[in-house]
Ligand binder design. Sequence first.
Ligand code: S3P
Length: 745
Amino acid sequence: MRVGETSPVDPAVLIVGLGMIGGSLAAALKSSGYTGRILACDPDVEEIDTGLEMGVIDDGGSDLAALVVQSGLVIVAVPVLAMRRVFEQLVPVLGDRVLTDVGSTKRCVCEAAREAFGHLPVNFVPGHPVAGSEKSGVAAANPALYRHHKVILTPESDTTPTAVAMVRALWQRCGAEVLEMPVDRHDQVLARTSHLPHLLAFSLVDTLARQDERLEIFRYAAGGFRDFTRIAGSDPVMWHDIFTANRDALLSALDDFETGLARLRAAVEQGDSDAMLGTFDRASHARHYFETLLNQTSYQTMEARQVQYRVSPGGSVNGRIRVPGDKSISHRSIMLGALANGVTEVKGFLEGEDSLATLQAFRDMGVAIEGPHQGRVTIHGVGLHGLKKPAGPIYVGNSGTAMRLFAGLLAGQAFDTELTGDASLTKRPMARVADPLRLMGARIDTAEGGRPPLRIHGGQSLKGIHYDMPMASAQVKSCLLLAGLYAEGETRVREPAPTRDHTERMLNGFGYKVDRDGDLATLQGGGALTSAPIDVPSDISSATFFLVAAAITPGSDLVLEHVGVNPTRIGVINILKAMGADLRLENPREVGGEPVADLHIRYAPLKGIDIPVDQVPLAIDEFPALFVAAANAEGTTRLRGAEELRVKESDRIQAMADGLDILGVETAVYDDGIDVVGNVSEGPNYQGGQVDSLGDHRIAMAFTIAALRAGGPVWIDDCANVATSFPGFVALANKVGLELAEVSA
Ligand code: S3P
């Protein structure tokens, strides 16, 4: 098939160079059921024969021109310095066939193509599958080599889109994730993540081998040596070519490495334990972070992870449990701990994907952070002006809180930054922070419609402002207060209704005075934060799912320990009590400036209410679960003044109405709220069904508890994001009496 044709038939492909990489591509295509012929060209007839015997190619030989004319797509899989000769041979025969390659460096391959063809052909799509093995030859072909691996394409702006689409589709057939980036960026990134480690492995093994001609010492080498040096067994010619072709980028990566090594050498020599531990700790965490990325469990890749919940109907909830730490306070503990002078010890930190993303962001900005180990984190604060420019964009995953608070504190830095997030966050409004920050003198670019990513230009001098917030948002308030730390003069934020005040409390706890006068929070720029211990209470927003579970199921009796009951967060308690819930606060106390209590709830019949408007900001994250309470209450529950629910991780009014509709619960949707018509019976209050959480953690958990009063099982799609706020939810839900299974696709 030529460019532009739209035949549904797979084009015949020609793989030039049938080694391990080309052979694995052939094998992967074959095992994917590829219908086009797979041809190979190699000067080594034995390789062709082996490929034919293995059944990974249909035909092959060493006559390139004869094979090209039979194909629609040519893939050059020879060592990078041999590409130019192949391109020269292709010049008279390629025509408008699509051409791609698999070389590990892209600048030199593009130059070779340019020199051979006289220009970069528009049907040439440079490519690089980021996968490999230390083995060589087609006999080592592995059909799974590219599965779940990245393939980077580096097309130019004038590359034919249909050619790019064809190459993209080819790799996707092999199970790869295909992305695009500019040629030079590719070469720089790969110099660090692939070429440098290969160089080090070759060098280490050679250094040791030279010192011991009889190779005696290798007898005593164990796992550490094996793990570090596996890639030193790779194809010497291929790597010679790569190092030669990507010389400059590799040398610059090597310079950085040598600087780091010299630093570490000095630390060892001088017995500088702080320096050694700091390095090892950062490296160890970076390695774990990378591992989670690789295992596709981190927030960065979770969009691709499909998790479905299946919840059996009926049951009740009983016991004593502690839900994970408060998300809002966890984010702030890392932020303020990093900006403080001194060491901050945090207990009860939420090890959820959102707050872990915040933690990683500060590591990326040079802050040494130990942990988390069972909720304990130690932050070595760098002071308000001690952050360093991160190497790339700061990725905050699913978290609106992180993006908005970061926007404020990054606006005051000396360096430029970019804030990015996942697909859900990319749809959320950021003008609410960008606009007032600009009034303070910040320079921020947003994508269209004020959406992420945010590009923040550093080095601006900020000025304090007096800002009347148009919406009741703790994120906007906190963002401006954080920017206010860096601003000249006074920053005053007025809120139309009280919102969570964790930022103000924590700043005061860190010795930075925030004045509160009615609806006005004020601070003076230019001060300093002093570290202080933080004990993060359990998250009332996570506890809510179990409060509602107990409130709607006869026979339930549940204690939720150590829950944060900050007056700006207790809307859910007030609303449930107003609906008739039997809910008591036991053992009230204060930890680290935040009120805490054990919440004891027993089943009692609920009735529908008109939710008081002043409770809305105090229960803003709890409405998905409260709508489930409403579906199990006698009469109608009415919510108004809650338009903010439409711009959370999903449009929570619509998402809940759609799901409740599937379960047979009557609702009426308004711009700023909803009516939920409850049903109360001895048996189930509604039917089971399959609902979509739209990737919103709180929608997923709300429908999980809804199953307790359903007539049949409830399946909930797209639940991976529960890990953003409530790691361990499935286990805890099962522990108290739900029957919940997690199915990963
Ligand atoms: C949060 C504030 C609220 C809340 C969010 C956490 C915070 O958002 O919904 O989950 O930590 O400041 P808004 O400020 O947008 O209301």
